[in-house]
Design a protein around this ligand. Structure first.
Ligand code: HEC
Ligand code: HEC
Ligand code: HEC
Ligand code: HEC
Length: 179
């Protein structure tokens, strides 16, 4: 039998295809495509707010990180009360805060970092108890000049959560993370 036997070539072709498609499906399931970016209602600038002169830390605004599951974003009334009663600069975005507050409206921020509903995650466990830096999951937020428009935690898949839990001796019981 010679190697140019067409049946062997077809079999080899099918085998190669299976490997390619299989690899593709595997790669896709590990790295799902990111959802479309969103446009936030106000062009919030983290970098300006993290200026040392202001003395703010991440948890000045995201108070929930040391207290419970959700990091939270301050209500517009808090922004006004703490700083923005009068204009703080020349940004055309800033008056939007006072307009919303005067009408009693909330700023409709869109939450971009969001796990599926069946997964339970808590900030206090990781930030306060496990002493993790926000940067480990959200990147360098203090240098950001534009709002977050795209999830940063999409690479925080189940394997990543479990790898660290195993390493640190934390429970990997399904019901710890799935409710
Ligand atoms: C172990 C990874 C991890 C760390 C560390 C972490 N986060 Fe998060 N963060 C997440 C995940 C996952 C979500 C999505 C949570 C959800 O859908 O319930 C999220 C969501 C958020 C949100 C939007 C929703 C909310 O909870 O209000 C903010 C704001 C936020 N994080 C801020 C912070 C800040 C500030 C720190 C540091 C003090 C921090 N995070 C540390 C993983 C992390
Ligand atoms: C002066 C208040 C303020 C401070 C200080 C602040 N943030 Fe924020 N943060 C906001 C606001 C308002 C938003 C919503 C708009 C946006 O996405 O930029 C936000 C959004 C975020 C989000 C995205 C939330 C989502 O939708 O998933 C993350 C993550 C985050 N902040 C992390 C941090 C970290 C880490 C620090 C410290 C380095 C920090 N923030 C400091 C006010 C603040
Ligand atoms: C880099 C390490 C790390 C990563 C990544 C991580 N965790 Fe954790 N997690 C910890 C540690 C450490 C604790 C224990 C904190 C303490 O001392 O209570 C913990 C605690 C928890 C708890 C409470 C468990 C219990 O037994 O009470 C839950 C639920 C949880 N993590 C869910 C998640 C989810 C969901 C993800 C992924 C989105 C995740 N974690 C990613 C390190 C991590
Ligand atoms: C440390 C936290 C953690 C533990 C423990 C954990 N999971 Fe998950 N699981 C997650 C996260 C986070 C996701 C969402 C991943 C994503 O959206 O990419 C997920 C997603 C899933 C999904 C949906 C798959 C998908 O593609 O969306 C199933 C099914 C699942 N987990 C089953 C289990 C089972 C069964 C166990 C126990 C053997 C378990 N999980 C333990 C964090 C965890």
């Amino acid at each position: 039998m010679s190697t140019s036997n067409p049946r062997i070539l077809v079999a080899a072709g099918i085998a190669a295809l299976v490997v390619l498609v299989g690899g593709g499906v595997f790669a896709y399931s590990r790295y799902k495509a990111l959802p479309d970016p969103v446009t936030q209602p106000v062009l919030f600038n983290h970098k300006i707010h993290m200026d040392e002169k202001l003395g703010l830390t991440c948890d000045s605004c995201h108070k929930g990180v040391n207290e419970g599951p959700h990091a939270t974003i301050p209500a517009v009334a808090t922004c006004i009360k703490l700083c923005h009663t009068d204009p703080q600069g020349t940004s055309p975005e800033e008056p939007k805060l006072r307009e919303a507050a005067a009408k009693g409206n909330a700023i409709p921020w869109i939450q971009v970092n969001k796990l599926p509903g069946h997964v339970y995650f808590s900030h206090v466990q990781h930030v306060k108890f496990a002493k993790m830096d926000c940067k480990e999951c959200h990147g360098e937020m203090k240098d950001r000049t534009e709002p977050v428009s795209q999830t940063q935690t999409s690479r925080l898949d189940m394997d990543t959560c479990i790898d660290c839990h195993q390493e640190k001796g934390v429970s990997t019981d399904c019901l710890r993370c799935h409710k």
